[in-house]
Write a protein of this length. Sequence first.
Length: 213
Amino acid sequence: MSQKPALSRVVSHGHYAPTFDAETAEEVYDAEKERLVRSLLEEIGEDPDREGLRRTPLRVAKALDFLTSGYQLSAEEIIKKAVFEEEVKEMVIVRDIEFYSMCEHHMLPFFGHAHVGYLPNGRVVGLSKVARVVDVFARRLQVQERLTNQVADALMEHLGAHGVAVVMEASHTCMMMRGVQKQNSTTVSSAMRGTFEEDARTRAEFMGFLRRG
Ligand code: ZN
């Protein structure tokens, strides 16, 4: 076939425009990342040219870009676009926000649920945006404690709330699959800011909501 392969119309989620390798007519997403994944496959004793692995470097490069897409996003922008004035005096709680992150020590997934509460100071934010703020920080290489603090600090700073509480419960595959191999342990981390830090009753009210089935 003398015809050149058409350029892909797939819109990339990463910052690379997909191109094609003229010799193999295969999509190239990110040549450098794909080359590194190919080397990694060889290093662990695999054959990167066998059928099942042929497109794996491409898939891994795309997956990695998605899983670390939080670096390109700003929690401030997300919050500030969705804030509205509202005289709410009561605590707002968003419970059981599913999240997936990767530990920075092993680049293995950790995942679980985040519970976020805040005491508004004349301003509230769309509830789905709270979940997006969690994703902004989860989709990076993380340690759970820092992730928890970053979510709390971003909401505290850009929402101007009286207080923010974040509790995260997660399973770490680096503990489950290797190392101590504790399949059933979960790690709980919390960050309390403002009234949640200063006032034990506010904190207790929040924790009470989390325990309710
Ligand atoms: Zn780890």
